[in-house]
Write a protein that binds this ligand. Sequence first.
Ligand code: 13P
Length: 251
Amino acid sequence: MMTPLLAGNWKMNCVRGEAIALAQAIADGSTDVVGREVLIAPSFTCLAAVSEVLADSNVLLAAQDLYWEDSGAFTGQISAAMIRDTGAGHVIIGHSERRALFGETEYTVAKKVQAAYAAGLTPILCVGETREQREAEKTMDVVERQLRGGLCEAAAECFDTLIVAYEPVWAIGTGLTATPEQAEHVHGHIRTVLATLADHGVEENIRILYGGSVKPDNIDSLMACPNVDGALVGGASLKAEDFLRIVHYQE
Ligand code: 13P
């Protein structure tokens, strides 16, 4: 059995004091969690401070992006080693907001996935279709292209730790959630594609998270889907009470 992962992507929210308070509340509310993992992804500037808060907790820490070069003249960029240095062990890569707003491509996603592994960070690779693509019945093609593109440089052992997040763009921040049936359908397809990339059987242990307007009132039904192994939560992860309800789904 895979350990479900409940992850909060804080996006561009929280200055340091707010981040510390939110992280503390989540750590305090997660002490009783067994059989599932909890992760939060604050902004770069809060990683070190939040890392200290989480030091004695069972909450994991992630960055929201990275740059693939080790060091050098890349003004404004953050390397995998810099992220490791904060204490974070995971990194979100290829979020649709980065693809849509900041020119992320299959090529840059692949470079970032490779850099994450090289530095010992676990990537959370995001894929998902736009509303137009869904209406044109391109969902499966889009997701497959993003997976194959993002993982084209990944060595076999990378699939032992890889985490994938299916985040339909039309469901992010809109209050529209994929139905459990829609999520399950795409997650099943993602696992089928992963089976063609990973060594035999390894795809069965890759966690596929659902993201897109996950809330306290829909987490239980989403987590009931056999191929939904966790959630990547945006807006609702900024309120400790809501996120902790999501962490404690079906309890
Ligand atoms: P929302 O939960 O706000 O829709 O955001 C989802 C998301 O983008 C998580 O990465």
